[in-house]
Ligand binder design. Structure first.
Ligand code: 13P
Length: 340
């Protein structure tokens, strides 16, 4: 393991005012999003969709790194250029999602455990050879009656950090992603309490398992009210609850925090990140960035709909979202940008 290389990669992932693009949906998730829009669910359409994303003009102006899936990192553009190389050619660092998905957790009704540790050391080596310089693993925590349980939190944190340690051994920067889901009617405060508990459990494991803080990126949820909670807090309230939670739980040696969007609208994901960067400017020890999938891709996907003729308009929409989030990193996003 080369610690200074890990540190340099982690810093580069959140450098300046750019962020990360998650385009690592599993085939099943990608197919589900295609099906909702009547797009055929084939390897060819997934390739065409990812080629549309990767070839978006100017993408490298807003994006430092892109997370690929196993299928995508093995695919090429129609001209034969591997997607990983196409990204590197425009200054975007390729990364790879390596978890095998969140499965029902035995003896824990309503809770999930993420699988994928078996054989991971060898898989990481293979992905590094394909050009990946960082990886991602997502743990899923559900809020409900009596959950999350201690068993679910501990098991997920343990697996997440075993993955992180293996990544660093292989020279890949781990994106550590513990996601507290938005589903439910709980208030913002409950999401804040659970998120704090989750982060505490994850960082306990990080110390125990000797993961190097300087060589990782944290990808958390924002602290939000449940989707069906009658009180939907303001952008500023969400910003304050989220950053205060992170300030209490995330060590200053971590170079960057890059949020997932989790099903928020694209505009809210930009506005909330923007508010955090304005309200806590100069008071955060880490870079506060984005690693969105849906909040960058969804508007473009809805325009693309599987048709070649729609590629330029879809790419414009994708660039627009990436550009808005770049502005949000500087605290310079505003709703007027949505009409420009
Ligand atoms: P969303 O931004 O759509 O939540 O996806 C982020 C991600 O990478 C999920 O693992």
């Amino acid at each position: 393991m080369n610690i200074s290389e890990l540190r340099d990669t982690a810093k580069a992932m959140v450098a300046g005012d750019k962020g990360l693009l998650a385009m690592d949906e599993s085939n099943a998730t990608c197919n589900k999003r295609f099906a909702a829009l009547g797009i055929p669910q084939t390897e060819e359409t997934r390739q065409a969709y990812r080629e549309m994303i990767v070839t978006t003009p100017g993408l490298g102006d807003c994006i430092n790194g892109a997370i690929l899936s196993d299928e995508t990192i093995h695919q090429q553009k129609k001209d034969g250029t591997p997607f990983a190389k196409a990204l590197m050619d425009v200054g975007i660092i390729p990364g790879i999602k390596v978890d095998a998905g969140a499965k029902d957790m035995a003896a824990h009704p309503g809770e999930k455990i993420t699988e994928g540790l078996d054989g991971l050391r060898a898989r990481l080596k293979g992905y590094a050879q394909l050009g990946a310089r960082f990886a991602k693993w997502r743990a899923v925590i559900t809020i409900g009656d009596g959950i999350p349980s201690r068993g679910c939190l501990e098991a997920n944190a343990h697996a997440l950090v075993r993955y992180a340690a293996l990544c660093q051994e292989a020279g890949l920067v781990p994106i550590v992603e513990p996601e507290v889901l938005m589903d439910g009617s709980h208030p913002l405060q409950r999401c804040g309490d659970v998120t704090e508990q989750v982060l505490q459990t994850v960082f306990d494991q990080i110390y125990l398992q000797r993961v190097i803080l300087e060589g990782m990126i944290l990808k958390p949820n924002m602290v939000l009210p449940g989707l069906t909670c009658p009180k939907q807090d303001s952008v500023d309230e969400v910003a304050d609850a989220t950053v205060n939670c992170l300030l209490r739980k995330v060590p200053a040696a971590v170079p960057g925090i890059a949020f997932l969007s989790g099903g928020q609208s694209a505009e809210l994901a930009s506005a909330r990140l923007n508010a955090m960067n304005i309200r806590f400017q100069g008071r955060m020890p880490w870079a506060l960035a984005f690693s969105y999938a849906r909040a960058i891709q969804q508007p473009a996907l809805e325009i693309w709909k599987g048709a070649d003729a729609n590629v330029p308009a879809a790419q414009q929409a994708l660039y627009h979202r990436a550009h808005c989030n770049r502005a949000a990193r500087r605290g310079e996003y505003n709703s007027a940008m949505e009409n420009s």
